[in-house]
Design a protein around this ligand. Structure first.
Ligand code: ADP
Length: 266
């Protein structure tokens, strides 16, 4: 039942605002003695009934490289989503703020962390749908964790959910997602390739000078993102593998995890 995941509002203390996202404001806070991030959901930003059902599944997903959802408060509007708190914030900002200071070991470690989370989601038959550096967060001890898994399905803004909308993450999307909204673990793999590109580009925006329309055209013509200066050839080969036109030609996350683990040992 849903009550199981319902947190008591009395046990929740809100602190300062730490950001704002697709659904509403994000606050730092405490649930009992645990430091948490509380996402508030603006009225009409989310299909709440659908979400409450799905939250059951999301709370059962538990892995050291996934940002844990602890529970929800739905007694009052706005509803609250209560997550594990990540001290070092969003990965895109983290990468941009530390440009030029991140070692090869750290960059590879970030890719490895996220491949672990994604291999877990893949084995749980759960599709992320919006994997990107902006949806990964950095912990106090610099572990990168995946956040916002599956959440785009509950966004009611069609500028965000339609592949033709202005907010749709075209630059991270596999061709079959852009064309037919065909999401799968293999379309997550495509996004993971773009994620690795972001890591090795220290948080730069992919296809910086192109519009979404131009990106679609370039991809159709067979063009791909270029090797970032900091990326070893071996890692770039993995990116290119993720960007194979046919989903079945791309590696699984289990295989990517294995390949990245091998690279980190050498
Ligand atoms: P979006 O919906 O645009 O992906 P989010 O709602 O996930 O954005 O988060 C907005 C901002 O709030 C993030 O960039 C980050 O700075 C902060 N934030 C979100 N979740 C957490 C968390 N679990 N711990 C710490 N900060 C967080």
């Amino acid at each position: 039942s849903s009550e199981k995941w319902e947190l008591d509002l009395e046990e929740l203390v809100l602190g300062e605002e730490v950001g704002s996202g697709q659904f509403g404001l994000v606050w730092q806070g405490y649930w009992r003695d645990l430091k948490v991030a509380v996402k508030t959901v603006r009225d009409c930003a989310m299909s709440e009934e659908d979400f409450k059902e799905e939250a059951q599944i999301m709370m059962k997903l538990s892995h050291s490289k996934l940002v844990q959802l602890y529970g929800i408060c739905t007694q009052r509007s706005p509803i609250y989503l209560v997550f594990e708190f990540m001290e070092n914030g969003c990965l895109t900002d983290f990468l941009r703020g530390r440009k030029g200071t991140l070692s090869q070991e750290m960059l590879l470690g970030m890719c490895l962390d996220v491949s672990e989370a994604m291999a877990y989601l893949e084995s749980s038959n759960f599709i992320h749908r919006d994997l990107a550096a902006r949806n990964c967060l950095v912990s106090e001890d610099y572990v990168v964790k995946v956040s916002d898994f599956g959440m785009t399905r509950f966004v009611l803004d069609d500028q965000y959910t339609s592949s033709h909308g202005s907010k749709f993450p075209v630059k991270w999307s596999a061709p079959e997602v852009i064309r037919y909204c065909r999401f799968s673990s293999k379309s997550d793999v495509w996004s993971f390739g773009v994620f690795m590109w972001e890591v090795y580009s220290e948080g730069r925006l992919p296809y910086e000078n192109r519009t979404n329309g131009e990106v679609v055209e370039a991809l159709t013509a067979g063009m791909r993102l270029l090797k970032p200066r900091l990326s070893p050839q071996t890692v770039y080969q993995l990116m290119e593998w993720c960007w194979k036109e046919k989903p079945e030609d791309r590696p699984s996350f289990a295989l990517l995890l294995h390949e990245l683990a091998c690279l980190s040992e050498t």
